[in-house]
Design a protein around this ligand. Structure first.
Ligand SMILES: [Zn+2]
Length: 360
């Protein structure tokens, strides 16, 4: 991707953060709901149970944000590099009025975040009903193992884009000595596959074969934004392993949700938001020469100015990804027999995550 970030802007972290990322403005823009979103919110508050567990949310302070390299700066995940517990509470109040939401949080996963400091922040300041997933450091096995063994963490998150260039194999992201400890302690891992599930299948099967007691939660339903060839078959294969669960975060396609539900059933799918990234109003579009791209109405710092000028109209009137995902889950649920709805909704939005991540 192109873009106007010359090297001179990388002179200091402070200058870069303040001149290029105005997360406050982004948050204000997001929290101003459109009439469509207000309608969707009313609809979803009728659909959702009274208590919800969000099992995929990012949280760390701006003071935990160090040098963000160009790869990160060009990615939508750099929209809110600092997003505090207070901001999370503010967002939850807007998105789920009247509901009780418990959250599993972990640091922003990409390189450039002080993950150790973020881990300490979340462990020290999370409220009673919420839980923390340790952000493990792939090149510091002893730290990661020590944290797993001594701290009260609900899960282990590690991320392929911790490395630059990004890791392509699961065990580069989660070194085997760490997986052994997670398996022995019964701590689930949150796995954002290094490649889409259809292309990570052999790698994933090897992991599941080598660690048969490890609980694995695949983030983003294994990454397909849209139905792709071989997806149902890949889901069916992975669903043969009883310790694999999925989170719904950031996948707006009802067809993909339906395929996941068909393979895994309602007791192995869990609602995750990817907060604060769920606040972005975007959709995937097929660029004539560049392939899949995200388009937004708002000119975020990571948006390519040329693409924005040319394709912005495709984003007109989009709702937040949050509402797109909830709508997809709702559409998938109402295709099931009516007598199962209540049980499915309770399972996906509450009871599955409660037992997998040991919420109380
Ligand atoms: Zn995430």
């Amino acid at each position: 991707m192109g873009g106007g970030f010359g090297p001179h802007l990388y002179f200091s972290t402070e200058a870069k953060m303040s001149t290029q990322i105005d997360s406050q403005a982004y948050l204000q823009y997001s929290l101003k709901l459109s009439p469509d979103e207000i309608r969707l919110r009313e609809q979803m508050m009728r659909f959702l149970p009274e208590t919800i567990i969000d099992c995929h949310a990012h949280c760390n302070l701006e003071s935990h944000v160090g040098e963000l390299d160009e790869g990160v700066m060009h990615h939508m995940m750099s929209t809110f590099p600092g997003f505090s517990l207070e901001q999370s509470a503010q967002v939850k109040a807007v998105l789920y009025p009247g509901k009780h939401v418990q959250t599993l949080r972990f640091a922003n996963a990409y390189r450039g975040i002080s993950h150790r400091a973020a881990n300490e922040y979340l462990l020290a300041h999370s409220k009673g009903g919420d839980r923390v997933a340790l952000f493990g450091i792939p090149d510091d096995v002893s730290y990661t193992v020590w944290m797993l063994e001594t701290r009260n963490v609900a899960a282990l998150k590690m991320y392929y884009q911790y490395f630059n260039p990004p890791a392509t194999l699961i065990t580069e992201v989660f070194p085997e000595p760490i997986l052994e400890v997670a398996q022995d302690l019964g701590i689930p891992i949150i796995l954002h596959l290094p490649k889409i599930i259809t292309k990570s299948l052999a790698d994933l099967q090897q992991l599941l074969g080598n660690f048969p007691r490890l609980v694995v939660v695949l983030a983003h339903l294994g990454l397909p934004h849209l139905p792709i060839p071989g997806l149902q078959e890949a889901y069916d294969e992975v669903a043969l392993y009883p310790n694999v669960f999925m989170d719904t975060s950031m996948i707006p396609s009802a067809e993909v949700h339906a395929m996941a539900l068909k393979a895994f059933g309602p007791s192995r799918i869990m609602f995750g938001s990817d907060e604060p990234l769920n606040l972005i109003r975007s959709r995937v579009f097929h660029h004539p020469t560049k392939g899949e791209r995200l388009i937004t109405e708002y000119p975020y710092h990571w948006v390519d100015p040329d693409d924005h000028a040319q394709f912005q109209h495709l984003a007109h009137g989009l709702t937040m990804t949050h509402w797109q995902v909830l709508s997809a889950i709702q559409q998938t649920t109402v295709r099931l027999p009516v007598r199962t709805w209540k049980r499915v909704i309770e399972a996906v939005f509450y009871t599955n995550a409660r037992s997998v991540f040991k919420f109380s």
